[in-house]
Design a protein around this ligand. Structure first.
Ligand code: AMP
Length: 276
C-alpha cells in the first residue's frame, strides 16, 4: 500500500482516503463519493481495529462481510481497498500510541476509556500507510472527527481532514453498522435519538438558548420510549467539546443512548439542517 501510494504521489495525482470498519451502509458510501470527487485515486480501508474496543465491547461480534463491502465499494468507484490483518497492524512488541488529550475526555471518552487512543493511533498508522491528501470522515462520530482533526494539526500531518453530513434512514435513524443489532421492538425506541434532536432544534429555532431547558426536554423525550437508557445527553462547544451553560457560539448536542444492549450515538450542531 505504501509503495502504491508513493508511486501515485510521484505522478502528481491526489489520493482520497476513507477509513472504515466495514459493513457498509449509505453513510460510508457518501464519504466514498466525496473522496471520488476530490481525488484522482480513491483508497479505503476496512479494518475492525481492536485497540478502539473496550474489553466488554462488541469487537468479536461486530458485523463483517468483506465480499458485500467489496461489491459496494466497486459500485462507487473505489480504486484500492486496504484490508489488513491484526498481526500486520499490531505485530509483536507493538507499543506506540497516539493520544489526543483534551477533546477526548468528555462524552464517549468517559463511557469508553481508551477508545479514542485506539482511534487516533489507527488513523495515524493508516495515514502513514495510505499517504492521502484528503481523509474523509462522517460527522456521525463527531468527537472522533474533532480528535482526528486535532491530531492532524498538532502533529503537522500533511493532509486535509473533511467532515461529511450524517446520512439517515427515511425515518431519521442515523445509519450505523450497529443498527443490525436492533430487534424489531427496539427499532422504534432507536428513533428517540433523532426525534429528540429535532425537539432540541425546534426549541433552538424558537429562540431557546438555555442548555438546562433544552436537555431537560431531550432527556424526558428519550426516557418516554421503552428499552432506553441515556449514557449521556450533553451540549458542548464544537471545538473544545466541553459542556456549556448557554448556547452562544457553535454548539453540538451529543447523545449516546442504550437501546437494551445496543449503544447508539447521534448529534446535532445548532443552526444546521436536520434531516429528520
Ligand atoms: P465506521 O465504519 O463505523 O468506523 O465508520 C467509518 C466512517 O463512516 C466514519 O468516518 C464514520 O463517521 C462514517 N459514518 C458512519 N455512519 C455514518 C452516517 N450515518 N453518516 C455519515 N457518515 C457515517
Amino acid at each position: 500500500m505504501q509503495a502504491l501510494s508513493e508511486s501515485v504521489r510521484n505522478t502528481g495525482q491526489k489520493i482520497s482516503f476513507v477509513p472504515t470498519m466495514g459493513y457498509f451502509h449509505e453513510g460510508h458510501l457518501s464519504l466514498m463519493r466525496e473522496g471520488r470527487s476530490r481525488g484522482d485515486v480513491l483508497a479505503i480501508s476496512i479494518y475492525v481495529n481492536p485497540t478502539q474496543f473496550g474489553p466488554n465491547e462488541d469487537f468479536e461480534k461486530y458485523p463483517r462481510d468483506f465480499e458485500r463491502d467489496k461489491a459496494l465499494a466497486h459500485g462507487v468507484g473505489v480504486d484500492v481497498i486496504f484490508y489488513p490483518e491484526d498481526r500486520e497492524m499490531y505485530p509483536e512488541h507493538y507499543q506506540t500510541y497516539v493520544n489526543v488529550e483534551n477533546v477526548t475526555q468528555n462524552l464517549c471518552g468517559i463511557s469508553r476509556p481508551g477508545h479514542f487512543r485506539g482511534v487516533t493511533t489507527i488513523c495515524a498508522k493508516l495515514f502513514n500507510i495510505v499517504k492521502p491528501h484528503f481523509a474523509i470522515f462522517g460527522k456521525k462520530d463527531f468527537q472522533q472527527l474533532v480528535a482526528v482533526k486535532r491530531m492532524v494539526l498538532d502533529l503537522n500531518m500533511d493532509l486535509e481532514v473533511i467532515g461529511m453530513p450524517i446520512v439517515r434512514e427515511a425515518d431519521g435513524l442515523a445509519m450505523s453498522s450497529r443498527n443490525v443489532y436492533l430487534k424489531v421492538d427496539e427499532r422504534e425506541s432507536a428513533l428517540s435519538l433523532s426525534r429528540s434532536l429535532k425537539v432540541a432544534k425546534q426549541m433552538y429555532d424558537r429562540g431557546e438558548r438555555d442548555v438546562t431547558a433544552i436537555l431537560g426536554l431531550v432527556r424526558k423525550y428519550i426516557e418516554g420510549y421503552p428499552h432506553t437508557s441515556i449514557d449521556y445527553a450533553k451540549i458542548c462547544g464544537t471545538t473544545t467539546l466541553e459542556e456549556i451553560g448557554r448556547i452562544e457560539d457553535e454548539a453540538v448536542l451529543a447523545l449516546a443512548v442504550r437501546i437494551n444492549n445496543t449503544r447508539l450515538i447521534d448529534n446535532y450542531v445548532f443552526g444546521m439542517d436536520l434531516d429528520v
